[in-house]
Write a protein that binds this ligand. Structure first.
Ligand code: AR6
Length: 172
């Protein structure tokens, strides 16, 4: 089983094989982590994204990392939270699963995820974190990924991930 850990910080600064972006269906940039990634990666990223023809919700597409320390960016499109009865959980899980598939295709052995959909898209944090951890645990074996980092943008998010990870460690 791969190492799973939670850290606090800015995902754009991480030296990992792949970072995940919380993008929108246009893949042409936005606010939040998407804006930060486009600023840090440089204008070549937008040019690469323009070639991708958008991305469906629940899916993910890869580009190089350009000026980032990370080699790849996997642009995942999470669901907008609409109360929880519009397939949001499944679509969010699908983002994590698709990113692990992209990791296998691109031979990425380390990957860092932000908390997809929990900012501008309004997905409740704890529910999103549970889905993130469960989906990664289900699909990481066989992906070739050895290290998964859940990057938390604030202390509250970190506390949630750490609690879920330690509960998991006790169960094993
Ligand atoms: N590093 C790590 N996490 C971050 C960073 C960062 N630099 N910046 C924000 N976060 P959001 P979404 C956290 O809003 O909810 C964009 O406009 C943030 O605290 O970035 O999926 C896209 O273009 C939150 O926990 O993404 C879409 O239109 C998490 O990242 C839309 O926002 C995700 O917040 C996507 O919304």
């Amino acid at each position: 089983m791969a190492e799973l850990l939670a850290t606090e910080g800015d995902i754009t600064r991480l030296t990992v094989d792949a970072i995940v972006n919380a993008a929108n269906t246009s893949l042409l940039g936005g606010g939040g982590v998407d804006g930060a990634i486009h600023r840090a990666a440089g204008p070549e990223l937008l040019a690469a994204c323009e070639q991708l023809d958008g991305c469906a919700t629940g899916d993910a597409k890869a580009t190089p990392g350009f000026r980032l320390p990370a080699r790849w960016i996997f642009h995942a499109v999470g669901p907008v939270w609409r109360g929880g009865k519009h397939n949001e959980d499944e679509l969010l899980a699908s983002c994590y699963r698709r990113c692990l598939e992209l990791a296998r295709e691109h031979r990425a052995r380390s990957i860092a995820f932000p908390a997809i959909s929990t900012g501008i898209y309004g997905f409740p944090m704890r529910r999103a974190a549970e889905i993130a951890l469960r989906t990664v645990k289900e699909h990481v074996d066989g992906s070739g990924v050895e290290r998964v980092e859940f990057v938390c943008y604030n202390e509250e998010t970190l506390a949630i991930y750490e609690q879920l990870l330690s509960a998991e460690a006790q169960r094993r």
